[in-house]
Design a protein around this ligand. Sequence first.
Ligand code: UDP
Ligand code: MG
Length: 340
Amino acid sequence: MNNLAPRVSVVIPVYNEEAGLKALFDRLYPALDRLGIAYEVIFVNDGSRDRSAAILKDQYLRRPDVTRVILFNANYGQHLAIVAGFEHCRGERIVTLDADLQNPPEEIEKLLAAMDAGHDYVGGIRSARKDVWWRNLASRAMNHLRERITRIKMTDQGCMLRAYGRDIVRAIVASREVSTYIPALACTFAYSPTEIEVAHAERAAGESKYSLYKLIRLNFDLITGFSLVPLQLFSMFGMIVSATALVTYLIVIVDRLIIAGWREGFATLWDRDILAFFLIGMLVFGLGLIGEYVGRIYQQVRDRPRFMIQAVLEGSEIVTPQSVSAAQLTEMTVDAKLGL
Ligand code: UDP
Ligand code: MG
């Protein structure tokens, strides 16, 4: 590892990406070498159950000067994997990238050029997004919703090809958030953010690691982490319903007492099952919504470690609870340490 701090750290979360990692290395390293500046690549293995960890270790042994690997003991999610990378990176500028080659590594140069122009945060906008139609549709809707109920300004919140200045990364690490959305958090710290168009490609190999369920969870993290509007809307809704109920009740009383027989149907409107079900549904939804916030508060106040790092491969050392020194470092000891 160079003694000088690298100019750029590239942080890449990896979860079950064995099929595509080789293609990633083949494009990433040449693209970074071409920049002609000191760099480091930090892969964070997010508890992959396939051979990703072993492949990353091989790559580390091939390019130990510029490669570092953080190995989680379990799957904690893409955003916490990036946080771990941020905690360990040493570059002045930090670029995040997906491991599946959907973000072309050749575009890193463009992000850095925007930073040269004085910006401390550069977001990517995928010019022609290559994902399945329902994902495109859903993220457009979420983007729109986020734009309206948070103060976060981002054209393409789903794009992870982004560059961050060191101060922003330091602030993200210091935030110690349990469930977070890195690009949005970075927005809150940036003083001169900008966005540029970047290319987007289809997944090089393997499948998306986001099921519909995981996507919904992620979007809850985004909304609850940056807005109280859902809770406020819900209480507004409660107020409107109870005010309407009160007015209706008064009308019913007047109806019964004075104009008996007047539009009978109206009085029974509130008895209709369908309306009751709707209100019960809203109530349960509201409870769930409060639960989303309370659950996050609970996680946060427990203050447990957000992730467990099994080992870090860096320099010529493997840092584990019982570290192996450079002299002992052989492929066999690495494998034994990591249980590969
Ligand atoms: N990823 C991760 N942990 C997870 C899910 C995903 O580290 O629990 C990584 C994954 O390996 C990839 C990036 O996050 O590098 C984006 O995931 P993916 O490409 O599956 O998401 P999509 O492009 O479908 O939104
Ligand atoms: Mg992808």
